[in-house]
Design a protein around this ligand. Sequence first.
Ligand SMILES: [Fe+2]
Length: 169
Amino acid sequence: MLKNKLITELKNYFGNDKKRIDHALKVTEYAEQLIDQFKEKYPAKNINEQVIIYSAVLHDIGIKNAELKYNSSSGHYQEIEGPPVAREIMESHNIDFEMMDEIAEIIAHHHTPGKIGSNNFKLLYDADWLVNLPDVYGLKNKDKNEIKKLIDKVFLSDIGKELARKEFL
Ligand SMILES: [Fe+2]
C-alpha cells in the first residue's frame, strides 16, 4: 500500500494550502470506513481498496492548476487538470498501468456521477460527499426530512447513504 507515500506527495504538492490537504485526508478516512463497511455487508463483491484509497488521496489534485490556469476551482476544471498531475505522481511510484488508468478515470469524473458505474467510483464519490455535504447544502438550516431526502439524492451507494444518515441525522 502506497497510501502514506501518496499523502507525502499530496502535502508537498499543496505546500501550505492546509485546507486542501485536510480535505483529502478526511475524504481518505471516510473512504476507509466505507471500504470496511462494504466488505462487511457484501463479502462476495469485489472492490479494489488501493484504487479507492489512492483516488481519495489524489482526487482534488487538479484544483491547484485549475486555479492557476483558469482562476477557477470549479469541478469541471479540476476534472481536466487532475488526471495528468495524478498520473505523474503515480508514475513516480510505479503504480501499475491498469490501476493508474482506473484512478485517473475516477478523478476525471468525480464531480460527474453516472459515467462510471463501478463500486470503486461510488465509494470514492460518496466519501467526498460525506465531507462536503454539510457546507455545500447548509445542513444546519435543514430539518431531518429534508436531510433524509438529500442523502438519498446525493449519495450513490447504500453504504454511503447509511453512513451519511449516521453522521447527519
Ligand atoms: Fe473533494
